[in-house]
Design a protein around this ligand. Sequence first.
Ligand code: MLT
Length: 272
Amino acid sequence: MRHKGNNIKLTVNNCNVSYNDEGPDGAPIIIFIHGFPLNKSMWDKQVKALKDNYRVIAYDIRGHGNSEVGAIDFSIDLFVNDLLSFMDALKIEKTMLCGLSMGGYIALNAIENHPGRFKALVLSDTNCRADTPEAKEKRMNTIISIKENGLDKFANDLIINLFSAESFKKNSEEIPVVREMIVKTTTQSLFKSLHALAERKETCSKLAEIKMPVLILVGKEDKITPPEVASAMQEKIEGSQLSIIEHAGHLSNMENEGEFNSQLMKFIGNLK
Ligand code: MLT
């Protein structure tokens, strides 16, 4: 039996996972995967916009939001395994998938390895490349810095890169919301996630094999995964669409939800 609502608990791969599941029974399903180190609430405005016509699911990746950290090390492969087990537990054979940044890394890996389980893909502010040696080193230095300087400094430094200058100028209400998500993530989870991100494999060489509708969205001012990165992915995925979201940085779905939602709804509304 389906449980509808927010913060529903489910054990997946020996880990207690928290998810929101809204919208009518039998409606087309879309699953949202959040970025690092955020949680499912970053999709609240998309869930609200879609839930009258779609079954909308947003879950907390293990170690994030209200999901347990679990005992084992993290990897993108593990996160994909969790996603597939989560879908099995909810008896979802096939779904649309939307991932932002780390959520996009998970979505790309999932589609590469389990293409039959997905109908369409929305990649937001993400990348198919693996970390460079410098990026890996930066992540390890971040771990050291969190140990030495604490979470507040980590959150302050990260937020500067997550939001556009415009969002800061207009004092976006999303900034303290995101800050809270970051500082509520445990250091244990941050360290495990930083290792997983550093060790992830590239998916660029498999993009040409994606044979489903794909929409790529990116904030015009995204400093972490800029529009050039999105455009390089679009060139490799046959038939994919790219839309650059104005007035937004890396968190395009939160910084300009109006444009983001309109592109998303147009894309999924046109799917057969
Ligand atoms: C994210 O938003 O998920 C992160 O920027 C991903 C990363 O650090 O590579």
